[in-house]
Design a protein around this ligand. Structure first.
Ligand SMILES: Cc1cc2nc3c(=O)[nH]c(=O)nc-3n(C[C@H](O)[C@H](O)[C@H](O)COP(=O)(O)O)c2cc1C
Length: 324
């Protein structure tokens, strides 16, 4: 495949945050379909796994997705470099995962555990840059716990090692996803660095993006869960940043259309059984604004045929429209 994989970082205001088990090629294609120019990111890819199997399904990608960052997770320099080399023909940039809090990831020294070994993280950045000539970025948290916040020192070391930007998920590892992301700390980081900082955590609407940008003065935003159930969000944020245009959030009818397309594409990609199982993670996000959401969600997650799901979705819309 011949693609222009160059990324013009000056133009990137929105990054689609990596979401393991969520942000696959279908997810990313639907973001592009809804007109966003954001930097796409793959789900985290284990460097160990990629070295053992250089052609896994997780690295499926398409021409229309560019610019596209591939995110690597791992802590062994040789494996990280080898994995980055495998990805070099396809990647606009390599993002290093220094933020994943999941136990089975951090026990081996990967993900957020890398914040405890900043020198190693810097060596990995330098080695990948040298061997691939690709831009390298990093995504991390505030630190391991509230008593061990080292995001500023960590980011400064990475800046020195040559990362082109950083993304800060402003929670600690101990918080996992609880509490609120502390955007004030993103502001502190912006003041300390000379490279762009992207703000991450709890940005689920144009208004929240605006508030976060106003507060932090960061280069742009990285959004994850906010896109689940609304593929228009990255474009709507970009339009707000570009010229102040505020585009309304899609209504239930548009969300259900999106959900039907998402379901159809995943069933085509994975087959009916696996596609339907995969889609169970999304129903809540798509229909959460609907007042009977929980009742319908508990029905949707039990269904095993695409046809039955489509019927329930039509019923949700019918009831919703009837009740005004
Ligand atoms: C299901 C799920 C999977 C995730 N997978 C990754 C991942 O592969 N790599 C990564 O750096 N962060 C991952 N994250 C963290 C998100 O990228 C993001 O930092 C976090 O969800 C906060 O941003 P949000 O509030 O916009 O969702 C994941 C989060 C969730 C909920």
């Amino acid at each position: 495949m011949q693609v222009n994989k160059e990324v013009n970082l000056n133009e990137i205001k929105v990054i689609q945050a990596p979401l393991a088990g969520i942000s696959d090629i279908v997810f990313r294609s639907l973001i592009r379909k809804h007109k966003s120019k954001c930097l796409m990111t793959t789900e985290m890819i284990s460097s160990e796994m990629l070295c053992n199997n250089p052609n896994p399904r997780i690295i499926d990608f398409a021409e229309f997705e560019y610019p596209l960052a591939f995110q690597l997770v791992g802590h062994k320099i040789d494996k990280m470099v080898r994995a980055a080399k495998i990805l070099t023909p396809f990647a606009s940039l390599i993002d290093i995962n220094c933020g994943c809090p999941v136990k089975k990831v951090v026990v081996s020294g990967d993900g957020c555990a890398m914040m405890k070994t900043p020198e190693l993280a810097c060596d990995i950045v330098q080695a990948i840059k040298e061997e691939t000539k690709l831009p390298v970025s990093a995504k991390f948290r505030l630190g391991w716990s509230s008593n061990e916040e080292n995001y500023i020192e960590f980011a400064k070391a990475l800046e020195k090692a040559g990362v082109c930007f950083v993304t800060l998920h402003s929670r600690t590892r101990s918080q996992l996803y609880s509490g609120c992301a502390d955007w004030n700390k993103i502001k502190l980081l912006v003041d300390e660095l000379n490279i762009p900082v992207y703000a991450n955590g709890d940005i689920k609407s144009v208004e929240e993006a605006k508030n976060c940008l106003d507060l932090t003065k960061c280069k742009g935003v990285s959004i994850g869960r906010g896109i689940m159930g609304d593929f228009t969000l990255p474009y709507r944020i970009e339009r707000y940043i570009e010229d102040g245009t505020i585009i309304d959030e899609p209504d239930l009818s548009l969300k259900i259309e999106m959900l039907k397309t998402h379901l159809k594409l995943e069933v085509e990609r994975m087959g009916e059984k696996n596609g339907i199982k995969f889609m169970r993670k999304f129903y809540n996000y798509y229909i959460s604004s609907y007042k009977n959401a929980s009742k319908y969600r508990s029905v949707l997650v039990t269904l095993e045929k695409e046809e039955e799901i489509l019927k329930v979705l039509d019923e949700i819309l019918l009831v919703h429209n009837k009740n005004g």
